[in-house]
Ligand binder design. Structure first.
Ligand code: ZN
Length: 221
């Protein structure tokens, strides 16, 4: 089976559309943060449902459900507040039903790390710790998100893949990020696709979300 791995959509509809338009796969899996930051939470959730996308929840999805922003910086917190004011009741219900993790035969999907959805895991994280994460899920492939940085690492015959962020890349490349995985061979490829950043940025300003959120999209930072 050919699957697309995505993460961190963050209510950026033009970015999600660009990814969905270009991929041709059997299934799409998302490592969380469907909403938060950008101005299209309801449209993004509709599209996620339409494409039968299977997702876990991320820390931003959780904050939108609970209203608890104590771990967020002021900009992220104000975007959570805005989302709570503008998301539909069905949208909230949809987020509430998302699982914390997804486990398949060979693939595990988590948001931050296997034991903490808020933990940032980078390729610079110690190999011993990365091995421990793989042991913990006991799968050949561990997929995570949260950092908005696209990276991957192979440890023996096991792999960790962060497909990067669809909606707010932070690795210096403003294009939407995703990965394609062949579940049989476990071969994967990383991809980027440009989208109409201006559309998201102008709507972000129009609805009164923080300027910084619009600006960073052009730089992928
Ligand atoms: Zn995120």
């Amino acid at each position: 089976m050919k699957i697309a791995l995505i993460s961190d959509i963050h209510s950026n509809l033009p970015a999600l559309k660009a990814v969905l338009d270009i991929i041709d796969v059997d299934q799409i899996l998302c490592a969380g943060d469907i909403v938060g930051y950008y101005p299209f939470p309801n449209e993004v959730i509709e599209l996620v449902k339409e494409h039968d996308l299977r997702s876990i929840y991320g820390n931003h999805d959780k904050a939108v459900i609970t209203g608890d922003t104590s771990w967020f910086n002021p900009i992220a917190a104000s975007a959570i507040e805005w989302t709570r004011d503008n998301i539909s009741l069905e949208g909230i219900k949809f987020l509430e039903e998302l699982p914390a993790q997804l486990m398949f035969e060979d693939v595990a999907i988590v948001h931050g790390s296997p034991h903490d959805p808020d933990e940032y895991v980078y390729p610079t994280t110690s190999p011993a710790k990365l091995e421990k994460f793989l042991d913990q899920v006991s799968k050949k492939v561990l997929v995570l998100g949260h950092t908005h940085v696209q990276w991957s690492l192979e440890l023996g015959d096991r792999k960790i893949i962060n497909p990067g962020a669809v909606g707010q890349p932070r690795d210096g490349n403003p294009k939407a990020a995703y990965a394609i995985l062949d579940t049989k061979s476990k071969e994967f490829t990383m991809h980027r696709i440009g989208y109409d950043v201006e559309e998201t940025a102008s709507k972000t300003l129009e609805v009164g979300l923080p300027q910084h959120l619009a600006r960073r999209l052009f730089f992928g930072l």
